[in-house]
Write a protein that binds this ligand. Structure first.
Ligand code: BG6
Length: 489
């Protein structure tokens, strides 16, 4: 039964001394504290195996803020306010006495709702929830945030979801996909559903194909052990990329509220045409970077970074189809990779050509319109239009493609861009699950991805090499060119 919520009086972070906490979670809490958005009196309880004392945890918070919050935003008074909320309790899931001590701490520090954030390996989620249940830390007024990936495949995802929902009702489970907390990603909804202009064109009759790219220049950055067991498809495509696809392709929800939005997203995932053993060869490309250069600087290949041989893909590109009325026949090209030519996350929608060109006899060619939605590193929206090239046209009329270009960083230059976790924390603290992923979404995404992984395993072909600093293997270009398309670069 859904549980009613009020703002959390205690946020308990498991894995509070880990990398994600240092880089993202603590700086996000600092950002919220700076604007006095954290509930008055809310405590922060860090827990991990590390036998830190409270002073040690407060030092770790101060170090995180010093290292990851830009200097211009740092303020000693804000840090003091955040530190005043902070407590630490070491605990280990396999030591029940330490969990009992943690439970006592939670009971002492809470004065209403509690939010638990499991910022640990997913392999601990069930054990952690079982322990929370055993010590009476679940029930009304509690909720739990889980980091991606939820498992390694569908079977594991089901096992985790079953395990977690033994302790918490689904309405109390907040599965994080930090892309949903990004300003640019939410703006996709505003663009689609806050404007009358696009919706009539947002379908197979007018859109010829769609590209979604999430390209990174970083390598595996010391996360080799995790990454090598995942690869690009599990690390990025199963979650972030498919969430972007859902937001681009879903029907308009009736409200901007959790159930309505998630009900529309799940329909997209269910309509994805399976890519299995017979299709993976033509519809997918896996790659792995070898040594190359990024921005003029030599970088090693993946296996050198990892220190052992590996067949894990660091790049994936594929051609997906959504089998429903809106998108019938429209290819969705998705690609993501590490060590690519430049960092960019963007969505590109190419419209169909004009049905008849009145300029053809005059020798002028037209190009199709396109809408480019750049999510990061810069946020901008470009609408590509045909325009007459200025002049007297003595040698015939010419047309050029020009962009209506909206630079959101410039437009909203005085507004600080929030870290994704600022919004996600605030929503979870307040009990709003709209930007979190529901169980059926994760499982539908895994089901689709599992078929591709099975196809790859069956084909047994290793990922194709690509030089670091490029746009991936040539086969990814060939995949689009076979269908008369080319990646936007
Ligand atoms: C994470 C992946 O979910 O997203 C990382 O595990 C990846 O491998 C990161 O680098 C990318 O996030 P962002 O916000 O930098 O685009």
């Amino acid at each position: 039964m859904p549980v009613t919520t009020s703002s959390a009086s205690l946020l308990t972070i498991f894995g509070a001394t880990g990398d994600l906490a240092q880089r993202m979670l603590l700086p996000s809490l600092y950002g919220l504290e700076a604007d006095r958005l954290l509930p008055a009196g809310m405590n922060l309880l860090g827990t991990a195996r590390s036998t830190l004392d409270e002073a040690g945890f407060r030092d770790a918070i101060a170090t995180s803020i010093r290292t990851f919050v830009p200097e211009a935003q740092r303020d000693a008074a804000v840090l003091e306010r955040l530190l005043a909320r902070a407590h630490y309790q070491p605990a280990s899931l396999d030591d029940d006495a330490s969990m009992a001590a943690l439970a006592a701490r939670v009971h002492a520090l809470r004065d209403g709702d509690v939010l638990y954030h499991l910022s640990t390996s997913p392999s601990f989620y069930v054990q952690a929830c079982d322990a929370l249940g055993r010590h009476g830390l679940n029930g009304p007024g509690t909720r739990v945030m889980l980091e991606k990936p939820i498992g390694h495949d569908l079977a594991e995802a089901i096992a985790i979801n079953d395990g977690v929902t033994r302790t918490f009702d689904e309405s109390q489970v907040y599965r994080v996909d930090h892309y949903l907390g990004k300003e640019g990603v939410q703006n996709l909804l505003a663009l689609r559903f806050g404007n009358a202009l696009f919706e009539p064109l947002w379908n197979a009759r007018h859109i010829e194909h769609v590209q979604i790219t999430v390209a990174e220049t970083v390598g595996v950055e010391g996360r080799g052990d995790y990454y090598d067991g995942s690869g690009a498809i599990r690390d990025m495509l199963q979650n972030h990329m498919l969430q972007l696809l859902c937001l681009v392709a879903m029907e308009p929800p009736s409200q901007f509220e959790p159930t309505a939005v998630r009900n529309e997203k799940i329909k997209v995932l269910h309509a994805l045409r399976p890519i299995g053993r017979n299709e993976v060869g033509a519809e997918t490309v896996a790659g792995q970077y070898v040594a190359g250069a990024i921005a003029g600087k030599a970088v090693p290949g993946y296996v050198e970074e990892l220190g052992r041989p590996s067949r894990t893909e660091t790049f994936v590109a594929l051609r997906a189809h959504i089998d429903n009325w809106r998108w019938s026949g429209v290819p969705f090209y998705l690609r993501t990779g590490k060590r690519m030519a430049r960092r960019c996350s963007e969505i590109y929608l190419q419209f169909r050509a004009v049905p008849h060109s009145i300029f053809a006899r005059a020798g002028a060619s037209t190009q199709p319109n396109a809408l480019l939605i750049k999510l990061q590193p810069d946020e901008r929206i470009e609408l590509q239009l045909m325009h007459k090239t200025p002049g007297l046209d003595r040698n015939g009329l010419r047309l050029s493609q020009v962009s209506l270009d909206l630079d959101l960083d410039e437009e909203f230059g005085n507004v600080r861009r929030r870290l994704a976790y600022e919004r996600l924390y605030l929503d979870a603290i307040e009990g709003n699950g709209t930007l979190f992923v529901r169980r059926d979404e994760t499982e539908a995404a895994w089901k689709w991805v599992d078929a591709i992984l099975d196809g790859w395993a069956c084909a047994g072909t290793p990922p194709r090499p690509y030089a670091a600093g490029t746009w991936g293997p040539n086969a990814a270009l060939a995949m689009t060119e076979r269908h008369g398309h080319s990646w936007r670069e």
